[in-house]
Design a protein around this ligand. Sequence first.
Ligand code: KG4
Ligand code: ZN
Length: 342
Amino acid sequence: MAITILGIESSCDDTSAAVIQDGYLLSNLLASQEVHRQYGGVIPELASRAHQQNIVPVVSQALSQAGVSMDDIDAIAFTVGPGLLGSLIVGTSFAKGLSLSSGKPLVEVNHLQGHILSHFIKQHGKDNRCPAFPFLSLLVSGGHTQIVKVTDFYSFEIIGHTIDDAVGEAFDKCSKMMGLGYPGGPIVDRLAQTGDPERFSFAKPHVPGLDFSFSGIKTSLLYFLRDRLKEDPDFIEKNKEDICASFQKALIDILMSKLIKAVKETGIKEIALGGGVSANSGLRNAVTEAGKKRGWNTYLPEFRFTTDNAAMIAICGYYKYMAGDRAPLSIAPVSRARDFEI
Ligand code: KG4
Ligand code: ZN
């Protein structure tokens, strides 16, 4: 008998639903919220409201595109956190209501574990190459920056994490300071492709062990821009490609130095990228090149699985369901990452 999982993701500003059958993706629907763009960041109240508007049509389209009905679903997997509380409440409440009305069990999924396990989403007609256990996941998003040692589908150990900002935040702030728009990561990435990464340098943090810090480099960019703008008010406009390329390189260098250190310390050479920032072309190249040079097996997620999506929630839910994991109807979302036992 095939096992079919409906996944629901609503942790930030994307409402998404997906259906996975025996690990194979049948559908993955996404409603992104354009409303935040004009504010230069996600407005939590508006995000919750947009989830309320989107969740019913998104789930029903995910089911119909997969060619299944609720009768065919074995379990409803949903993101329990971390994320914006108001956004998580919409997905969680919807999943609970659906569970009550359909009689299907609930499986709670940690959003970060979803990003990490996105490599295991199988697709018909593809080679479905995925990391072997144990592997190291460099998890880089708007809210998190971690190196996670993954021993099996259920065992995750954070061996390094940011002590302040996430790397995605540094990308977003860079774009904001330069007046380039939101979300910043893709804009900085695009401009960096035609810029000179060696033109400007930014002070790198000194953080012990496998931990990261991105707040200092952000401030360093702020002072750099302020000083250069005093000399030339058009400095940003004239040099935006080189600034983006240099700043992006500095961020990637920080990530790569800790990743290389983690490989040396653990002896694990299976390296997987995950999270929104894993869409970054410079980071993807850096990991691929380091892999070739150092004999690592590297795994880059497909672009549609880098940012938030329900397929990764459904695959994580699939493995948890197979292990007998069920969530009670009394479950409540958890917004903070540090409240999770990952
Ligand atoms: O995983 P995600 O969709 O949401 C969180 O869980 O945070 O990640 C969003 C982050 C944002 O900071 C966005 O700017 C960044 O991922 N991002 C990128 C790129 N695409 C998205 N950062 C750098 N380069 C990109 N191409
Ligand atoms: Zn995410």
